[in-house]
Design a protein around this ligand. Sequence first.
Ligand SMILES: [Zn+2]
Length: 249
Amino acid sequence: MIFGFIVLIGLIFGSFLNVLISRIPKDENVAFPASHCPKCKAPLKLYHNIPLFSWLFLRGKCAFCHEKISVQYPLVELLCAIIFGAVYLKLGLSFMALMIALSFSFLLTLSVIDYYYKAVPDSMNLLALSTAIAAATGFQGFVLNLENALLFVGGFALLRFYLSYLIKKEALGEGDLMVAGTMGAMLGIQLGLMAIFLAALLALPVMMLMRNETDESKMVPFVPFLALALFIVYIFDSVFINYWNSLYG
Ligand SMILES: [Zn+2]
């Protein structure tokens, strides 16, 4: 019962994330005007704006101009619902669970914006980092999160210097540094390193496929891989800890 309610909140929050995704890169106000069709600008009626179901019911087309509505909309809503559901199953109802769910939601927003616009807006990035650091049960937990965040931002900055020197061009973006900080805050050192390794493993096949791509707009964004790896390792942390222990324990 509570689980269903949490998933519903996730769906609704996901449709707000879609608003952020379509408006932040264009510097538009995120609250006004009300939701409208990106093509014909017709304002949506309430029943056109029900997360997931409206898109399915309208078969992915605008109710007014019948222009195709991107699958991004239901997909982001669904992913946000999965985030809320998974975090609730892991942490129950708590301040920490709320902060973690928000942090993952902002990372989802960041990933989609990075994918479409090759941009990583600081607003979303700082929100993801701040909520990840705030996700603690007491002051000591908060300080530990902050320490781990600083360690990972620093470590990534160093890695960036080395890589950029070796390949003689800018490796990793500034946005990736902040995402690494979020990973450190949420996971701590051991799991955080595993998540970065997992992100590289996930990104590698895609980067190999695109290695001859010189068109900047088709370059592989790294943030979605970092965010996905962080989510997998966070939710299934015991699997990763057991694996680590079986290797080095
Ligand atoms: Zn339309």
